[in-house]
Design a protein around this ligand. Structure first.
Ligand code: SF4
Length: 252
């Protein structure tokens, strides 16, 4: 194994040897191949395995996060789905932490209906092929009017590092932010009419990807059910369905 890698990557042989000199060769279980690949940082070597390893580790850490004392639940995750497509929600409602998955209630029903109608993917297909993230991963609690509290700036800032890390690991081709708060993390969104139905090219930490925003599917706002929202939503969903990253998912 050592000779094979050193032969294929002569420019990295020194790193490789130093690494092995630190391993206890009498106890090879202390030097597993996965750790070796991770330390050498070979992006060309088993990239899918590397992403899966990093994402599994990332999600395990995310689930332990307790940075925001005002949040009313522990983090909700859709699981470590390695994908070229990320869907970004706003924050879970009260049901999602109990059901332990994002978009688990009424808004999710509408969202998955949209994907089924325009992309031909049912809920199970969407959940198993798209990485679900959110602006905040914990339920913020209720506001004084009984609606879900909008996360505060410090909470959004706290949680942004999780999304940044996910983009760095997955290097997605397409990001679908759902709802104004999620859209605002990527493009200016004074009015939904200005951004729904359009595709944007966005850069984060040197990585470029497409952003196609969707309105929030909750019943709290009728925007997506009446003109011009209804027409713009259809245009956005057609853009998503035609995107090469989505077509690749459908062919999995
Ligand atoms: S909202 Fe985000 S940063 Fe805050 S505790 Fe939950 S996971 Fe952590």
């Amino acid at each position: 194994m050592a000779g094979t890698l050193a032969g294929r990557y002569p420019d990295r042989t020194r790193t490789f040897r130093i690494l092995f000199s630190h391993c206890d060769l009498h106890h090879p279980q202390h030097c597993p191949e996965l750790v070796l690949v991770d330390l050498l940082n070979f992006p060309a070597l088993m990239p899918a395995s590397r992403k899966r390893f990093d994402l599994n580790r990332h999600v395990a850490k995310l689930l332990q996060c307790r940075r925001c004392p005002r949040m009313q639940s522990t983090p909700v995750s859709g699981g470590a789905i390695v994908s070229d497509v990320m869907l970004i929600g706003q924050a879970p409602g009260p049901r999602e932490p109990v059901l332990r998955r994002p978009f688990a209630h009424t808004a999710g029903k509408t969202l998955f209906h949209w994907f089924e109608e325009f992309c031909g993917m049912n809920e199970a297909a969407v959940r198993s092929t798209i990485y679900f993230a959110a602006v905040c991963r914990c339920f913020p609690g209720k506001n004084s009017s009984g609606g879900d509290r909008v996360p505060a700036r410090d909470e959004i800032r706290n949680c942004s590092s999780w999304m940044g890390k996910e983009i760095a690991i997955l290097r997605p081709h397409l990001i679908i932010p759902v709802g104004r708060l999620a859209i605002l993390q990527f493009v200016d969104c004074g009015k939904l009419e200005k951004v729904i139905g359009r595709k944007f090219r966005v850069e984060r930490a040197g990585h470029h990807f497409d952003v196609i925003p969707l309105p929030h599917p909750s019943g709290a706002s009728p925007w997506h059910k009446i003109a011009p929202g209804k027409r713009l939503l259809e245009r956005a969903l057609k853009l998503i369905a035609r995107h090469p990253a989505m077509k690749d998912l459908a062919g999995r």
